[in-house]
Design a protein around this ligand. Structure first.
Ligand code: ADP
Ligand code: MG
Length: 383
């Protein structure tokens, strides 16, 4: 990818790039829909990602080009920016806007992006392009930002400049990811632990359902509200800031306070999923992929029955995986209602899995999924 991008950079801008940077996408291995309940997530960086080549210019402009989108922009250097329409370059423009709050940018930039993360599929191409830009510009100019500062900057861009109300996991995972490691992250306190995640004779398989995610946002907001309702009911007897402060035992003592059956189901998922993350981290620590796989299936089942965010497409993928002997664990990942599932697949079964899953899914859903094989890769880096 690097040399292809360098050549394209030369064709586009008539000079060699001064530097090239990479930031991956991410998957969340387990711990779904609990980040906004003060719970634990367990993401890792993948080997699909976003590359950025840049060179400084003396023209007092920032030139934005991407090999993935036809739209281009040339924007004068200013002291602040506002979002311009819906173009992709708003993601990096938002990053410039944040950096400019703290530092002057002394030169213009010619930028060329290329990515192989499917966009809008829940693998966080948005966090990837934000973090690669923030990492690149601050590294190139030698500005004083550590990784956590870059993560917070990128999340601010997503929330305030782009206007998408998401948590910090995505930016955190793509910045802090490490090869063959996963991150146990408390999204509330930002305390985190890097844990070994050696997949042995397995590969991480990402299955994009290719379902348009039109329901995702409103349903996501509905689930957030339902968890708040559960918290309110429990707070009649105890004082909690977040549902995940409760252990399963304590929850059992107080769950009678939640009278609404749907709200009780949602809260039960949250409490048990948080427990599963702790168990999953232990399983990884013990190198016990079988146990990890069981927890993945249990997570999916809970997201299907109790949290009701899976849908026919994701269920069809996981159903196939559960019956396929060379898959050790599978579940939906991300917000649900479409997007991607992940599976731990034995390496030598890759071709057969692709063929059979594609046939099964197409027969049941009417169109094909896209299957990606990834390793667990590094976070933001200079290449
Ligand atoms: P997700 O983060 O799930 O992939 P989003 O809708 O949050 O989906 O972000 C996708 C958007 O990020 C794209 O529509 C585009 O604006 C921007 N983007 C991601 N990757 C690239 C890229 N390689 N080049 C240009 N823009 C990109
Ligand atoms: Mg996104």
């Amino acid at each position: 990818m690097k040399s292809e991008l360098s050549n394209k950079f030369f064709d586009t801008y008539g000079q060699q790039p001064a530097a090239t940077y990479f930031t991956p996408g991410r998957v969340n291995l387990i711990g779904e829909h609990i980040d906004y309940n003060g719970g634990l997530v367990l993401p890792c960086a993948i080997t699909l990602g976003t590359w950025l080549c840049l060179a400084p210019n003396n023209d007092q402009v920032i030139r934005f080009k991407s090999m993935n989108f036809p739209e281009e922009a040339v924007i004068p250097l200013k002291s602040a920016y506002e979002k311009e329409g819906t173009g992709w370059y708003n993601y990096p423009l938002g990053v410039f806007n944040e950096i400019l709050k703290n530092f002057q940018i002394p030169v213009g930039f010619d930028l060329l992006y290329a990515g192989n993360i499917p966009v809008g599929s829940g693998l966080s191409s948005s966090a990837s392009i934000e973090v690669v830009t923030a990492y690149a510009i601050t590294a190139y100019l030698g500005l004083d930002y550590d990784r956590l500062a870059l993560v917070k900057l990128a999340q601010k861009v997503e929330n305030e400049f782009i206007g998408v109300n998401s948590g910090i996991m995505d930016q955190f995972a793509v910045a802090f990811g490490e090869k063959d490691k996963a991150i146990v992250l408390n999204c509330d306190t930002l305390k985190y632990k890097i844990v070994d995640c050696n997949l042995g004779d397995h590969v991480l398989t990402i299955i994009n359902t290719n379902k348009p995610r039109e329901l995702a946002e409103s349903k996501y907001n509905e689930r957030v509200a339902e968890c708040q309702a559960a918290l309110q009911a429990l707070n009649q007897e105890i004082t909690l800031n977040n549902l995940c402060e409760l252990t399963a035992d304590k929850f059992a003592l107080h769950s009678h306070l939640i009278k609404d059956e749907t709200i009780l189901k949602r809260a039960t998922h949250v409490i048990k999923e948080n427990d599963r993350v702790n168990l999953a981290a232990k399983a990884l620590n013990n190198g016990d992929l079988d146990e990890f796989g069981r927890l993945m299936y249990a997570s999916h089942q809970s997201l299907k029955d109790l949290y009701e965010v899976t849908g026919k497409e994701l269920d069809t993928v996981v159903e196939f995986c559960a019956a396929y002997p060379e898959v050790t664990g599978a579940r939906m990942t991300g917000a649900g209602f479409g997007g991607c599932a992940i599976a731990l697949l034995k390496k030598d079964a890759e071709a057969d899995f692709r063929e059979k899953l594609t046939a099964y899914y197409t027969e049941h859903i009417g169109y094909a999924p896209t299957i990606y094989i990834s390793e667990i890769g590094n976070g933001a880096t200079t290449i």
